[in-house]
Design a binder for this molecule. Structure first.
Ligand code: NZQ
Ligand code: ZN
Length: 389
């Protein structure tokens, strides 16, 4: 196991009707805030009205900025930064999914500097300060509600890039599983695929003697595999949503990579796919991850065998480890199909004409490799994307 320091400062407020506490929690930080949200689902569901009532009751005034798109855009972030500076706002409340939250984190960084917030996403490193943010989460997926990361797309060149740092942890996140019942099935599936991917990125590590966190990750993967089909079959199943929502937060709050070094190549490759083609992040991961697995399988076949046996209940064939591992990958693909996702680029409507471009962009023209489990150059990335055709 590697040395580690673990601190996740995000306060989680979980359960029915918990959005009623949004105002009081926000008022602890500022009484003049930016209320930030997506394309309108929160208005259709009535959540917007409830959050506004809670803010009012706590004496919090707000400026509003809606319209965050999935794969949130830099131009709206810049608008938010302008609003925060113009009105002297002291806090950002994001209501929605990973996109609204990531956009809020970007605005929070931009509001306290004179320069361009995009610089953080392309090499300036972690910010030294940011406005505090809080969230009301409406979809189990990205884990941004208690992660230290933010992912933004710059329309100028369609580059999708991530930044991380301790100032980006939300101060609080409100998780009411009942808010998930209005989710379209496709978004549910994308969210489940993303959670599974966050677990797999951490699971496939070169660090040895990580038996305890192996088991925690396996349990969380099994939870996602069991609960996602349940909420798709019965969207009113509060208990199943509760399991999935909490699993989604734990999958990405860094507890499960304590002492480990995760891979993250599949995420970086997917960011190139959604950067260019604007596909949903989880849908892209369902395509990239199985192809990545087929490509790196022989790097540590025993780890793949352990995953196949423990998570997907594959019978161990001691004489043919590769067959055991490949059956695990087949069961992962079957899970994605069962929840309604495709596992090929073609299923996303993507053809292979821009594979080399994605591989070049992903490696910043071969100036970096992707992944830790296996380091991938642009040729390897292109090979993986071709395997995904
Ligand atoms: O915009 P609205 O109208 O709210 O609709 C959203 C959006 O269309 C809809 N939705 C969300 N909750 C709903 C709902 N519709 C009905 N009822 C509800 N309760 O779902 C759509 C997708 O929302 P989005 O916020 O984009 O989803 P998600 O949470 O999957 O976030 C994806 C983004 O997070 C990034 C991804 O790259 C992607 O840009 N990620 C962020 C991470 C982080 N900051 O730690 C890590 C992840 O790996 C990921 O990269
Ligand atoms: Zn993800």
């Amino acid at each position: 196991m590697e040395n580690f320091t673990f601190l996740n400062p995000t306060k989680i407020i979980f359960g029915r009707d918990t959005e009623a506490s949004a105002g009081a929690e926000t008022a602890r930080y500022s009484k003049k805030i930016l209320l930030h949200y997506g394309g309108g689902s929160i208005k259709a569901s009535g959540l917007y009205d409830r959050v506004c009532a809670s803010l009012k009751a706590a004496g919090v005034e707000w400026v509003e900025l809606g319209g965050v798109k999935p794969n949130p855009r830099l131009s709206l972030v810049q608008e938010g930064v302008r609003l925060c500076k113009q009105h002297g706002l002291g806090f950002i409340l994001a209501v929605g999914g990973g996109s609204a939250i990531d956009s809020a984190k970007a605005i929070a960084m931009g509001a306290v500097i004179d320069g361009d917030v995009w610089d953080f996403y392309v090499g300036r490193g972690a910010p030294a300060d940011a406005l505090p943010i809080g969230t009301v989460l409406t979809i189990p997926a990205a884990g941004s509600e208690s992660s230290d990361g933010s992912v933004i797309t710059n329309e100028d060149g369609w580059l999708k890039r991530a930044v991380g740092g301790p100032f980006l942890y939300p101060r609080f996140s409100i998780l009411n599983p009942a808010l998930c019942v209005t989710l379209p099935p496709f978004q549910v599936a994308c969210g489940a695929a993303d959670i599974m991917a966050h677990l797999m990125e951490r699971y496939f590590t070169n660090v040895t003697n990580v038996a305890f966190t192996d088991r925690l990750i396996e349990a969380t993967m099994k939870t996602v595999a069991a609960q996602a089909p349940k909420v798709l079959t019965n969207p009113d199943d509060y208990d199943a949503w509760s399991e999935l929502m909490w699993a989604g937060t734990i999958a990405h709050n860094n507890l499960l990579n304590t002492g480990r070094i995760g891979d993250w190549a599949s995420h970086d490759i997917e960011h190139e796919v959604s950067g260019i083609y604007d596909v949903a992040h989880g849908a892209g991961l369902a395509v990239v991850f199985p192809a990545w697995m087929k490509y790196v399988l022989h790097h540590d076949i025993d780890r793949f065998v352990q995953w196949a046996v423990r998570v997907w209940n594959v019978d161990l064939d001691v004489f043919d480890k590769e067959a055991t591992a490949r059956e695990g990958i087949a069961r992962l693909e079957a899970f994605f199909h069962r929840i309604g996702l495709g596992t090929t680029l073609a299923s996303l409507g993507i053809h292979d004409d821009r594979i080399d471009e994605m591989a070049q962009k992903g490696t910043n023209d071969d100036s970096r490799t992707l992944g830790q489990f296996v380091r991938l150059d642009s040729r390897a990335i292109a090979d993986i994307l071709r395997l995904a055709r």
